[in-house]
Design a protein around this ligand. Structure first.
Ligand SMILES: C[S@@+](CC[C@H](N)C(=O)[O-])C[C@H]1O[C@@H](n2cnc3c(N)ncnc32)[C@H](O)[C@@H]1O
Length: 237
């Protein structure tokens, strides 16, 4: 990474430790870094080095830890219109990088669900280091936990698993979508058929944003308000 970007990462890190960075300030600093260097910049701000080893608690068929690219998260935040009033739930949160980044970009609270205890400890240490009191982590199988996240408004899945676990998560989110608007955002993860979800993002190779639509009502039925206006995805500058 270029020296100027390394210096800006160090500056933002120290400002974060003193709780002095607004979402607009963080976003502007990140967008000042060339796209190809943004992942390394975020890792430096967060103090993350090499990828951690996965532990024996990762069940067979579940996907090991791999951080979602910053570029995809920037597009997600922009296209889904994530706001400070949202609660972002990362289903399979790893080291907490995506949860922390979305919080810093938007001010949204964030909850990460993660099955590997070592990763949860590291994620909690990240939030302690960076003073992120509105980012928290729950250790356990997200297939059992996701449906309890009734305060969630934006659910994010960067391919933690598929098959029966994914089908259960989607079935458990549907009752939440009956009560109010939620968004489900996926990166590199085709979903099973979910009649209650409507794709609201144009086709993209990696990112998909869906809005929960209560079953039994025609699309657009005005029984509940759509509080967010979804924008067209744009390449982050
Ligand atoms: C591809 S990584 C995504 C990490 C994170 N969302 C990010 O973008 O930085 C998938 C994560 O899901 C976790 N995971 C896999 N199966 C899980 C399960 N059943 N319950 C909770 N977490 C799980 C893995 O341990 C891993 O950290």
């Amino acid at each position: 990474m270029e020296e100027t970007h390394r210096a800006s990462a160090e500056l933002i890190q120290s400002l974060l430790m003193n709780a002095q960075v607004s979402p607009a300030g963080f976003r502007s600093a990140l967008l000042g870094v060339p796209p190809l260097e943004r992942d390394a910049w975020v890792n430096q701000v967060f103090g993350l080095d090499a990828l951690p080893d996965d532990g024996p608690e990762l069940p067979p068929g579940c996907v090991p830890y791999l951080p979602c690219p910053v570029d995809a998260l920037l597009r997600l935040v922009e296209f889904a219109g994530v706001q400070a009033s949202d609660v972002f739930v990362d289903v399979g949160a790893g080291l907490g990088r995506a949860a922390a980044l979305v919080h810093l970009l938007t001010g949204a609270s964030a909850i990460g669900l993660e099955i590997q205890p070592g990763l949860v400890l590291a994620a909690r240490e990240l939030t302690r280091r960076l003073n992120l009191s509105r980012v928290s982590f729950v250790q356990g199988d997200a297939a059992s936990l996701a449906g309890h996240m009734v305060i969630g408004s934006v659910f994010f899945l960067y391919c933690p698993f598929n098959g029966e676990r994914l089908a259960k998560v989607m079935a458990d989110l549907e009752p939440i979508a009956r009560t109010r608007e939620i968004l489900v955002c996926t990166v590199d993860l085709p979903l099973p058929p979910c009649p209650w979800l409507t794709l609201v993002s144009p086709p993209s190779e990696d990112l998909a944003v869906y809005r929960g639509t209560p079953l039994g009502l025609p699309e657009g039925w005005p029984s509940w308000g759509t509080r967010r206006s979804l924008s067209s995805p744009r390449e982050p500058r």
